[in-house]
Design a protein around this ligand. Structure first.
Ligand SMILES: [Zn+2]
Length: 392
């Protein structure tokens, strides 16, 4: 399986300029190729597209600067567009699992920029990485690469941070788990309540989030295109990054712990997009990162040879006693603990739910069903760890 390893790096001023030029060329090639694809009825082949937007374009006056950068990321840009189209068509035909994929979009000058180098366009020598026509850069190696990478993507995010993201092939690891299975109930107050009575409280994002909202109100009043507005935009991007980094760190640590300790991991399939429509809850839920957590658990389960299961969200996991199976029916969200009238045991609401989730997932409850394996989260190479908790 493939995994991504990401490291931060700090380019010199000269390299920043070369990278800006490269990002620009990659973007133009992508946009030119996409414009051609949108005009033609049948998609041109990868080779034909490359000839049109790279080889022939270089001979024209207004695209001659394409020759100033390495050809490899340009070819990759066209190839990536082909993949984007394939994903879109597969998704349309239902051949692709997971979220629906939209049509490829034009790339913008503002925001995140990237360029991808295949073998031949980059090499690793000692602790330096050579990028064609950019030079040597020295990433912050927070951990070792498990094998030689097949490609590297240079990323500049919207807070102007630079990263190298390597794609490497990894083998699943076979280490026995301490416990057989675990059920996890995800919530807002407590991020996760587990069937073994453990809980995980998520970091408090509200202070940082308030700061963002304040900055956004300021941004809205500032004139478009002004320097002050750009400064505000950058501040907001940095603040968003801080929240994202904190969350990523928390979710990675929690998912690693859960997946390494348990052979079978059972989650509930949450209708996040439906819940996000509730405006009051939307912001809090988006900050939690439930989906991110599920994607991480799933990817790490594959890596460690674990069994990852998702049960149907319509299962009445909070309406049934996890001890005797007695069904007490719907209870209000404010009710935190329930006394079962049948077996006289008092349950914590979330803990009871997580036990039910585990039982349904393990097939121990035949009155409640497990959803088929068709509801998988698809995410490519998502088991990258936060190897970039570096100061801004
Ligand atoms: Zn009971």
């Amino acid at each position: 399986m493939k995994a991504r390893y990401q490291f931060r790096f700090y380019p010199t001023d000269q390299q920043q300029q070369s990278l800006a030029q490269l990002f620009g060329c990659v973007r133009v090639v992508w946009n030119d190729a996409l414009a051609i694809c949108k005009q033609t009825e049948k998609l041109p082949s990868n080779n034909d597209l490359q000839k049109l937007v790279i080889t022939q374009a270089k001979k024209t006056l207004d695209r001659s600067w394409l020759s100033d950068v390495s050809n490899i990321p340009l070819q990759q840009s066209v190839a990536d567009l082909g993949v984007a189209y394939k994903n879109f068509f597969d998704s349309l035909k239902g051949k692709r699992k997971g979220k629906k994929v939209g049509t490829p979009k034009f790339k913008k000058k503002t925001g995140r920029q990237s360029a991808r180098f295949r073998i031949g366009g980059f090499s690793i020598k000692g602790d330096e990485v050579y990028l064609a026509k950019i030079g040597n850069v020295k990433p912050v190696w927070s951990r070792q690469l498990p094998s030689a990478p097949t490609s590297v993507t240079v990323i500049k995010d919207c807070a102007n941070r630079y990263f190298l993201s390597f794609v490497v092939e990894i083998e699943p690891i076979h280490i026995d788990a301490k416990n057989q299975s675990i059920g996890i109930d995800l919530g807002i107050k407590t991020f996760a309540v587990m069937s073994n009575s453990e809980t995980a409280v998520s970091p408090n994002y509200s202070k940082k989030d308030r700061k963002i909202r304040k900055l956004q109100r300021k941004l809205a009043r500032q004139q478009k295109g002004s320097l002050r507005r750009e400064i505000s935009r950058l501040k907001i991007a940095k603040q968003h990054n801080r929240i994202a980094d904190t969350r990523k760190d928390f979710l990675h640590k929690l998912s690693t712990k859960i997946v390494s300790e348990n052979q079978t991991i059972v989650l509930e399939d949450l209708n996040v997009s439906g819940m996000v429509k509730n405006r009051k809850l939307a912001r809090v839920i988006s900050l939690q990162g439930w989906r991110e957590f599920r994607v991480l658990c799933e990817a790490k389960s594959e890596k460690l040879n674990r069994d990852f299961r998702v049960i149907n969200r319509w299962e009445p996991t909070s309406q049934t006693c996890s001890c005797c199976g007695y069904r007490w029916g719907k209870i209000d969200l404010s009710v935190r603990s329930v006394l079962c009238l049948n077996c006289n045991i008092e349950h914590d609401r979330d803990e009871n739910a997580s036990r039910n989730i585990e039982m349904v997932g393990m097939g121990h409850r035949h009155d409640l069903k497990r959803t088929g394996s068709d509801c998988q989260t698809t995410s490519v190479a998502s088991c990258c760890e936060p190897s970039r908790i570096t100061a801004l």
